[in-house]
Design a binder for this molecule. Structure first.
Ligand SMILES: Nc1ncnc2c1ncn2[C@@H]1O[C@H](COP(=O)(O)OP(=O)(O)OP(=O)(O)O)[C@@H](O)[C@H]1O
Length: 300
């Protein structure tokens, strides 16, 4: 499985929702499409699901146009809609028939699928009685019905309460073992839990495409965090005059010393401290923001 999104642009009147967006997803990846409200996530996802047409650009799945490969894609919309008077089993049976699946096949597969999404015991309950998390898990079952190679999900957990969110995240952890996943969210911590790669979108543009490690390394501050005894605070005033020290900030119980070159200047700084008889209780080289801070820095 290889999904290639090539230079997709989509405009709604004057508004460019997706702007020259390209990316590739390979088999077994779980990719988070991250962006604030209105960034263009739903528009892009609907173009991949072949629900919306792009104005420019093309999407290929295994080298073939996406429109001819729809049976390889499972799509979970942002707000899945079910008939409240149908049971979970009837819902999947109805959806499966609409997608052209055989009745016999459905009779066999639906109980297995409901079991997989944790709704085995609720198979014959009306969907109207389901919680948000249960409905979302039913939506995931529906998207998996035809055994797609790629699952695309639009904000699968954003609208759920903490319990529903946990249920769905746990389910996604299971599904990603056997299915390639692209999911959109504006909540980075959700994506962080299950995705290995993060593609950030802002005003329709791709602004970042990296693994967690790459993101952390790329956004690592050139600073050293030190904790010293109160008696040694005088040492800090001497640092102001060093050519490689850019700035000193007080930070919690210690100090953040910003330097020009982390690798070389950290050694110089520790040597300077030792020569000045400073006792370090903490000396941490390279301060990494967490992903949430990186996200805010990039998108706001
Ligand atoms: N059918 C439409 N007609 C006009 N403008 C639209 C339409 N659909 C989306 N837009 C606009 O395109 C931009 C991108 O919207 P989109 O829904 O793709 O963003 P999003 O990242 O999914 O946001 P959210 O997290 O709020 O769902 C927004 O400015 C939105 O108002």
């Amino acid at each position: 499985m290889r999904l290639e999104i090539k230079n997709i642009t989509k405009k709604f009147k004057q508004k460019t929702a997706v702007n020259d967006f390209s990316m590739v997803i390979d088999a077994n990846e779980c990719v988070g499409l991250i962006g604030p409200n209105g960034a263009g996530k739903s528009t892009l996802i609907q173009i991949i699901a072949d629900i919306l047409n792009a104005d420019n650009g093309e999407i290929f799945l295994d080298g073939k146009k996406i429109s001819s490969m729809k049976n390889q894609i499972g799509y979970l919309p942002q707000y899945p809609n079910f008939f409240s008077w149908m049971t979970a089993f009837e819902t999947l049976s109805f959806m499966g028939t609409l997608s052209g699946l055989e009745k016999n096949e459905l009779q066999k597969e639906i109980p297995l699928l409901l079991e997989k999404v944790g709704l085995g015991k609720e198979a014959h309950l009306h969907v109207g009685t389901f919680s948000g998390g249960m409905k979302q898990r039913l939506g995931i079952a529906q998207a998996l019905l035809h055994k797609p190679a790629l699952m695309i999900m639009d904000e699968p957990v954003s609208a759920l309460d903490p319990i529903g969110r946990r249920e769905v995240l746990n389910l996604l952890k299971e599904i990603k073992k056997e299915t390639t996943i692209l999911l959109s969210t504006h909540i980075l911590s959700d994506a962080e839990e299950i995705c290995e790669r993060f593609v950030m979108i802002k005003n329709g543009h791709k602004i970042e495409d990296a693994t967690k490690l790459e993101l952390l390394e790329r956004h690592q501050e050139s600073a050293i965090f030190v904790m010293i005894r109160k008696a040694d605070f005088q040492w800090l005033t001497m640092l102001d005059h060093l050519p490689y020290v850019k700035k000193i900030e007080s930070c919690g119980n210690g100090f953040k010393i910003h330097v020009k070159n982390l690798e070389t200047d950290a050694n110089c700084l520790i040597q300077h401290g030792l020569d000045s008889k400073v006792m370090f209780t903490k000396f941490e080289v390279g301060i990494q923001d967490n992903l949430e801070e990186i996200f805010l820095e990039l998108v706001v």
